[in-house]
Write a protein that binds this ligand. Sequence first.
Ligand SMILES: [Zn+2]
Length: 226
Amino acid sequence: MKLDFFECRFCDKRYNTAAGLKRHKCPSKERADFCLETKYGKTAFEAYCIWVRMRGYVKPELEACVDSKYFTSFVKFSRFFYESSIPLLQNYIEFMVEKDFLPQLWSHPEVYSQYITSFDSRVDLMEQAKITLTYIDAVAAKVGITNEELFGVMTTHEMVKMIRSRRFSPTVLYLMKSYHRYLVECTESDAAILQSMVPETTINRKLAKNPKTKEMLRGIIKQYEL
Ligand SMILES: [Zn+2]
C-alpha cells in the first residue's frame, strides 16, 4: 500500500513528500533525534527504558520517553553518569528505584554519595574485579602502555577519583602488587590519602571471610599482570 502522505510520528503533522517530513522539526522530534543520534541522548533513553521496565510499566517507547515529564532529568542524569564515571547504569537505577528516588534526584550529590557508600555491599567482588580490570586494561591499551605502566603514570588525584567513583574497587586494588608498589613510590601524604580510601584492616577482615574469592581474585589480577 502506498501512503499518500508522510506523517511525523510525534506531532502527526503531515507532508506530501518524504523530504518534507525529513525537514520537519518539532520539539518532540528534536528530542527523539537527540536520543537516537548522540551519546548523551542514547544513555538518557537507555536510563528511561531501564527505569520503565523496573517499575513494571508498559514496554518503553521513544514516543513516551520524549514526552515524559522527566525527560530533562534523564538527560541531566546521562551527563552526570559520564562525568561521575558511574560503572554500572542498571545497578545505579536499581538503587534509585529501591530508595524511591525519582529521576530528578538521580544527579543529586547526596543521592550519588548514598549509592557509592552502598556500592561495595551491592556489587559482588568478582563483578568489582571485572569493572576495575577491564577499565585499566582498556585505558592502558588506548595509551599504548602495559597495565602495570599505567600505575606509573597515574597521579594520586586520578587514583583517588577512580576509587571514589568505584571504577577502582578498593578491595581489588589492595590485592594488586602494582598498587603496593605505587604506595611505596608516592609521597607520604598521598599514601595516607590512599590508605584511608583502601582501608587495610576492613579489607583483610572481609577477605578472611571469603578465602576462595580472595584466591580467585589473585588469579585474575595475575592474568592482567597487575
Ligand atoms: Zn513533529
